[in-house]
Design a protein around this ligand. Sequence first.
Ligand code: BDR
Ligand code: CA
Length: 313
Amino acid sequence: MSHPIIFDTDPGVDDAQAIAIALRHPEIELLGLTTTYGNVDIETATHNALLLSELAGRDIPVAQGSAGPLVKPRHPAPAHIHGANGLGNIELPEVKGKKDPRSAAQFIVDTVNARPGEVTLVAVGPVGNLAAALQLDPALTGKVRRVVIMGGSIREGGNVTPVAEANMFNDPHAAQRVLTAGWPLTLVGLDVTHRCVLSQAHMQRIEAGQGELGRVLAGSYAFYRDFYREFLGIDGCCPHDSCALAWLLRPELFTTAPGHLAVVTDGLAEGQTLFAPEGRGFIQERWSQTPLAEVCLEVDGEAVVEWIADTLS
Ligand code: BDR
Ligand code: CA
């Protein structure tokens, strides 16, 4: 089965690998890349999206989106994790292509409306572009095939605060709108991405299989790996964003549960994702009033990293 997707991204080392999968996997029809600030500023995100698609020999529309959060001030980009250029500070070739003249939100609206019921939105950065697309066309909720979001954490705790995952924390107000919009939505969060550890051996296979694109993926991975070693004591990296595509293509590797999501927008817990399992009673009903969504709770992490390496080898 072919999956027509729009990939919304803030590349970013793990984003870059996921973009490579979206460009290479035979069952993915990549309709466009939409960019957001997050791991890098918006201009760098767009530059990297154009570059990665050129390195793969593809001419994919790249539409630029949000430069900052809807409400709160923007946090500085995490250059210690992804490098100042988002790709581990390695030297990069020149970009030849130009971005699409439309905003990311307009691109999403136009593309989904051209193929109602067919297009899956896969978002792996702060979700301001999806919130903006919903504002342009609220009926989008009934026209997408599915929305898959790498973000949030159900039981795992946070990675940028004790309770918040980075993509949710970076724009909690947008996340609250997008996660409660009532479209078919799957959340691929830290509960599963932290169970997937991509080793140096996996990366060597990817480097060998991807030519010049492989050089950029492996070079940036080396920088990202230093962060994991120093801060988390892991030898290897969590391929967060690739996991969203792994869920789309290989859902049988994941255990999911239906329930109601909400995102805390202010205060010490900002960016925390709240999940009320379907049918579970709480002291009041207010946690169970948002539309049903699906969250990933468990995964066969070894099978996912094998799938990533196989896809890019
Ligand atoms: C998410 O945050 C970003 O830094 C990564 O690219 C990923 O999308 C993980 O929390
Ligand atoms: Ca990302």
